[in-house]
Write a protein that binds this ligand. Structure first.
Ligand code: AHR
Length: 513
C-alpha cells in the first residue's frame, strides 16, 4: 500500500474511533403491578466513629442549631431527601448493646467500651429515647437491630415491651417515667446482625433456631405488629439463605443481605476514596455490579420456599468501603465520597428498583461520617456528599409504580474489564408523572439513549443531572458544592421516542408528563 493512502486510512480510522457515536436503546412498559418501596431508600447509623457521637449527636456547646443535642442541619438535610427509615444501633455494635444502659438520667447511665470500633468509651448518652426523638424529627421510621449475639431472649422481649406496650407493666411504667407516656410503636425489628460474623459467629442452622426463640418472645402489641427481620447472608453465602428460608420461611418479614463494594476487591488494601485511576474505577464498578447477581441468586433461592414473595430481601448494609482517610482513626471508617461513589449509589439503586418484587428495603451504610456517607461534618461545619445528591434525585421513585425497562447498552471497557456503560430504572408516581433514572458509567463518551414508552402518554420532559469534571471530584469543607445537581437539557421527544444525550460519567433523572 502507498504510504500516503495508508496514512489517510489510519487517520480515518482514528477519527472514526474518536467521534463514533455510542448508542443505547430502552423500552419502558407500563405492564407491572409492582411498587418501588420507599424503604429501598433507607439509611443506617451505628455507634461507630463520628456517626452518632460528633455526627447526629453533638456536644451541647457546639455552635449549631440543635434540639437537645441532635443537630438540626443534619435533620433538615435528611428530611429533604425523605429518608424512610433509619437503622440503629448497629451493625456489629448491636450485638453488644444492652438497651437498659441507654435509658434514664444521662449522668447515671453506665459507660461501655465500643470494642468493635476503636475501643472508645460510649457514655450511652444517645440511647433509645434519643434515637426515637431523632427519627421523629426526621419524620422517618425507626429500624432497631436487637441483640442476639450477647443479649438474652428476655432482654429483647423487654425492649419491645418497653417500646410498644400501651398498658400497665413495669416496662411500660419505666418508659413513662423516662418521659414517654405513649408507646413508640416501633415495627421494623432486626433479630441480630451478621450472626455469621461479629454477631456471634454462628452457623445458619444454629442461627435460624435462635431466630425462632428470640422472635417468639418479641411480641406484637396492639398497633405495633413487628416486621421481624432475620440476619441474612454475607454477600454470596447462598447456603445461609437456603437454610434460613427452609427453617424460618415466612416466619420472618425479611431476610437481610450485606454486600459492600471494595474498589480493589481486596479487604487488605481496599483502595483510596479520593486517589484512584481508571483501572481502579472500572474494578469498583465491576464489584458494584455484583449486586445484580447477588440479588438475583438470593431471590431465586427465596422463590423456592416463598413463591408468593412474602419475605422481603432487605439489603440493610451496602455501599463502597474504601481505606480510611489518611491520618484518621482506622476504627472510625471515615472516608471521603466522590463522583465515582455517586455513580455507584445510582447504579445500585437502579438494581434495587428493578428488583422491587423482592427487594423491599435497603439501607446505605452509614449516613453521617462513616463509610459511604450522605453527610460529612467537621465540628460545626457540614457538607452534602455526591451520594446525598443521588438520594435527592432518586426520591421521586419512592412508593411509585414500577415500570419495567428492557435495555440495550454499549459496553465500557478498560484494562480487560468490560461492563454495560448504561443502567436505568423507571417508575410512575401517583400523579401520573414518569421518572426515569439513567446512569452512564463510561467516563469518556456521551451515549445517545433512544427510549420507547409503549402506551405511556407524555408530552414534556425535564431533567436534572449530577456530574463533574473528574471521577475523583469530592465536596470538601472548603468547596462544599463542587459536585452538585444542575438542570439537564439533553432530553427531547423525537418521533414519538424519548431521546437522551447522556453525558459521560453522569446520573440523570428525567420527569415526563
Ligand atoms: O457498617 C460497618 C460494619 O459492617 C457493620 O457494623 C457490620 O454489620 C458490617 O460488617
Amino acid at each position: 500500500m502507498k504510504p500516503k493512502l495508508f496514512l489517510a486510512l489510519l487517520l480515518g480510522t482514528l477519527c472514526l474511533k474518536v467521534t463514533a457515536q455510542k448508542n443505547a436503546s430502552a423500552d419502558i412498559s407500563s405492564d407491572s403491578k409492582l411498587t418501588v418501596s420507599r424503604f429501598i431508600y433507607g439509611q443506617f447509623a451505628e455507634h461507630l466513629g463520628h456517626g452518632i457521637y460528633g455526627g447526629f449527636w453533638v456536644d451541647k456547646d457546639l455552635p449549631v442549631e440543635k434540639q437537645d443535642r441532635i443537630r438540626l442541619d443534619i435533620v433538615n438535610a435528611l428530611k429533604k431527601i425523605k429518608i424512610p427509615d433509619l437503622r440503629w444501633p448497629g451493625g456489629c455494635f448491636a450485638d453488644e448493646y444492652h438497651w437498659r444502659d441507654g435509658i434514664g438520667p444521662r449522668d447515671q447511665r453506665p459507660r461501655m467500651v465500643n470494642t468493635n470500633w476503636g475501643n472508645v468509651t460510649d457514655d450511652n448518652s444517645f440511647g433509645t429515647h434519643e434515637f426515637l426523638e431523632l427519627c421523629k424529627l426526621i419524620g422517618c421510621e425507626p429500624y432497631i437491630a436487637g441483640n442476639v449475639g450477647s443479649g438474652t431472649v428476655e432482654e429483647m422481649a423487654k425492649w419491645v415491651e418497653y417500646l410498644n406496650l400501651d398498658g400497665e407493666s413495669t416496662m411500660a411504667e419505666l418508659r413513662k417515667k423516662n418521659g414517654h407516656p405513649e408507646p413508640y410503636k416501633v415495627t421494623l425489628w432486626g433479630v441480630g446482625n451478621e450472626s455469621w460474623g461479629c454477631g456471634g459467629n454462628m452457623t445458619p442452622e444454629y442461627y435460624s433456631n435462635l431466630y425462632k426463640r428470640y422472635a417468639t418472645y418479641a411480641r406484637d402489641y396492639p398497633g405495633a405488629q413487628l416486621k421481624k427481620i432475620a440476619s441474612g447472608p454475607n454477600s454470596a453465602d447462598y447456603n445461609w439463605t437456603e437454610v434460613c428460608m427452609k427453617n424460618i420461611g415466612t416466619g420472618m418479614w425479611g431476610l437481610t443481605l450485606h454486600y459492600y463494594t471494595v474498589p480493589t476487591g481486596d479487604w487488605g488494601h481496599k483502595g483510596s476514596a479520593t486517589n484512584f485511576n481508571e483501572g481502579e474505577y472500572i474494578s469498583t464498578m465491576v464489584n458494584c455490579l455484583k449486586m445484580e447477581e447477588l440479588v438475583t441468586k438470593h431471590s431465586a433461592i427465596m422463590d423456592k420456599y416463598d413463591p408468593e414473595k412474602k419475605v422481603a430481601l432487605v439489603v440493610d448494609e451496602w455501599g463502597v468501603w474504601t481505606d480510611v482517610e489518611p491520618g484518621t482513626n482506622p476504627g472510625f471508617l471515615y472516608q471521603q465520597n466522590s463522583l465515582r461513589d455517586a455513580l455507584l449509589a445510582a447504579t445500585t439503586l437502579n438494581i434495587f428498583n428493578n428488583h422491587c418484587e423482592r427487594v423491599k428495603m435497603a439501607n446505605l451504610a452509614q449516613t453521617v461520617n462513616v463509610l459511604q456517607s450522605l453527610i460529612l461534618t467537621d465540628k460545626d461545619k457540614m457538607l452534602l456528599t455526591p451520594t446525598y445528591h443521588i438520594f435527592d434525585l432518586y426520591k421521586v421513585h419512592q412508593d411509585a409504580k414500577y415500570l419495567p425497562v428492557k435495555l440495550n447498552s454499549p459496553d465500557y471497557e478498560f484494562n480487560g474489564n468490560k461492563i454495560p456503560a448504561v443502567n436505568i430504572s423507571a417508575s410512575q408516581d401517583a400523579a401520573g408523572k414518569i421518572h426515569i433514572s439513567l446512569v452512564n458509567l463510561d467516563p469518556h463518551n456521551t451515549i445517545k439513549v433512544s427510549t420507547s414508552l409503549g402506551d405511556l402518554h407524555w408530552n414534556k420532559v425535564s431533567g436534572q443531572i449530577l456530574t463533574s469534571a473528574n471521577l475523583t471530584d469530592v465536596n470538601t469543607f472548603q468547596s462544599p458544592d463542587k459536585v452538585h445537581i444542575t438542570n439537564f437539557n439533553g432530553a427531547k421527544k423525537e418521533g414519538g421516542k424519548l431521546s437522551v444525550a447522556l453525558p459521560a460519567k453522569s446520573v440523570v433523572t428525567l420527569e415526563l408528563n
